[in-house]
Design a binder for this molecule. Structure first.
Ligand code: UDP
Length: 453
């Protein structure tokens, strides 16, 4: 076997924050293991944001919308069609360019939302590995749906799926519980399984102890390799500096405002609130959330993206200025790692859940769509690190419910148990990525495969 110096891996995320973060962090991990890794983003993103990727190289491809990105596409279908045609062509050119530059690509790690990545890799005779950014519990539900083993509409009160606890309809991903709402997103999600049996390896941003049964069940079907949590190790060590954060933000975080404010608060006294990069709350829901936060009487740091700002009730900022800070984007990892933060009100996007779990912060879940309802179920029922807020008959979470959920974590006995559980999961997350841990071993095996093949 011939050993090649620094095998080169291209890493292709779906161009949104919740995908760039885990794939970018994973690329960094590969570099720390002695590989050369290049993160591939779109021309549009490179024009509009300043991605700082540490030791990872950055290259761009065209998604067919260089002057406006996704927002310029007529529909999600149009965007996906275009990125498949234009993206795979320009990515192919990039692979050729790397070969002629003397840094030939040995492997393409592609976002599982782009199953064409595998066909492209095979065409160029390189290894292709899909990267799933959602937990395997969720992927297992989609897998069963894809193969017609889960019928919708779901008529039974509880759904049984191998490897999972019985699920209520409202625990299923939104794309399955109401498939007519987002047909294009559902198709995209299902396309992840279209050629998966041809993949030599399947990366998932999770760790073994988090999803033991479903992973061992699925290991019979696919060569799953758990590599998470992908958080940079400095966060797991809590050796972070206030003014630095891992630089893959598509939005500009307000570091000093957040960290200076947190530095003046008592340990565990702050509720951090964020709904990630995509979720859009209705006006009334936003108002209930705002007054629920005020009524909880806790200090709070709330991320309200600029596009959502006008939904804040008038007088809210004025009335809560002693208690709260509202910013448009935060350095979330730094915030969750800060000792002042004792509770996280979240939409339960998978990155947010995994970050909170790895940093030992209990959660109040207000899931909105996609995989979030299932993630919220895992948080409360399986891992015991949070509560999900109840939705009323009008489909809303009331201010009273928000206040009670926050108080349950910050004041109640159940909150103490959740904090103990959160601490335990944090230790297990660290164990998984530490030397000799399950996720670390998976990455080492991948590296060896590349070095010696
Ligand atoms: N995030 C951040 N600052 C914020 C809000 C979110 O850095 O103010 C990051 C967060 O750490 C996470 C990602 O954005 O890595 C959001 O991903 P998630 O899967 O939680 O939600 P999505 O945005 O995909 O709905």
């Amino acid at each position: 076997m011939e050993k090649q110096e620094k095998p080169h891996v291209l890493v292709l995320p779906y161009p949104s924050q919740g995908h760039i973060n885990p794939l970018g962090q994973f690329a960094n991990r590969l570099v720390s293991k002695g590989l050369k890794a290049t993160l591939v983003t779109t021309i549009f993103l490179s024009k509009t944001t300043q991605l700082v990727s540490g030791s990872v190289g950055l290259e761009t491809i065209s998604d067919g919308y260089d002057d406006g990105g996704f927002a310029k596409a007529e529909s999600i279908e149009a965007y996906l069609d275009q990125i498949e045609v234009v993206g795979s062509r320009t990515l192919g050119k990039l692979i050729e360019k790397q070969a002629s530059n003397g840094t030939p690509v040995k492997c393409l790690v592609y976002d599982a939302f782009f199953p064409w990545g595998l066909d492209l890799a095979k065409r160029y005779g390189i290894m292709g590995v899909p990267f799933f950014t959602q937990p395997w519990t969720v992927n297992n539900i989609y897998y069963h749906f894809y193969h017609g083993l889960l019928k919708v509409p779901v008529l039974d009160p509880m759904v049984s799926i191998p490897g999972l606890v019985p699920l209520r309809l409202e625990d299923l991903p939104g794309f399955i519980s109401s498939p007519a709402s987002y047909p294009a997103y559902l198709n995209m999600i299902l396309s992840q399984f279209s050629n998966l049996e041809k993949a030599d390896l399947v990366f998932v941003n999770t760790f073994e102890k988090l999803e033991v049964e479903v992973l061992s069940w699925m290991a019979k079907v696919f060569p799953i390799s758990t590599i998470g949590p992908t958080l940079p190790s400095m966060y797991l060590d809590k050796r972070i500096e206030d003014d630095k954060n891992y630089g893959l933000n598509l939005y500009k975080p307000n570091n000093s405002a957040c960290m200076n404010w947190l530095n003046t608060r008592e340990p565990g006294s702050v509720v951090y609130v964020s709904f990630g990069s995509m979720a859009v709350l209705g006006d009334e829901q936003m108002e209930e959330l705002a007054w629920g936060l005020r009524d909880s009487n806790s200090y709070f740091l709330w991320v309200v993206r600029s596009t959502e700002e006008e939904k804040l009730p008038c007088k809210f900022l004025e009335e809560t200025s002693e208690k709260g800070l509202v910013v448009n984007w935060s350095p979330q990892l730094n915030v969750l790692a800060h000792p002042a933060v004792g509770c996280f009100v979240t939409h339960c996007g998978w990155n947010s859940v995994l970050e909170a779990l790895s940093l030992g912060v209990p959660m109040v879940g207000l899931p909105q769509w996609s995989d979030q309802p299932t993630n919220a179920m895992l948080v409360e029922d399986i891992w015991g690190v949070g509560v999900r807020a109840e939705i009323n008959e009008k489909g809303m979470v009331t201010r009273k419910e928000i206040e009670l959920c926050i108080r349950e974590i910050t004041e109640g006995n159940r909150g103490k148990e959740m904090k103990r559980n959160a601490k335990k999961w944090r230790e297990l997350a660290i164990e998984a990525v530490d030397d000799g841990g399950t996720s670390d071993n998976s990455i080492n095996e991948f590296v060896l495969k590349l070095v010696y093949n």
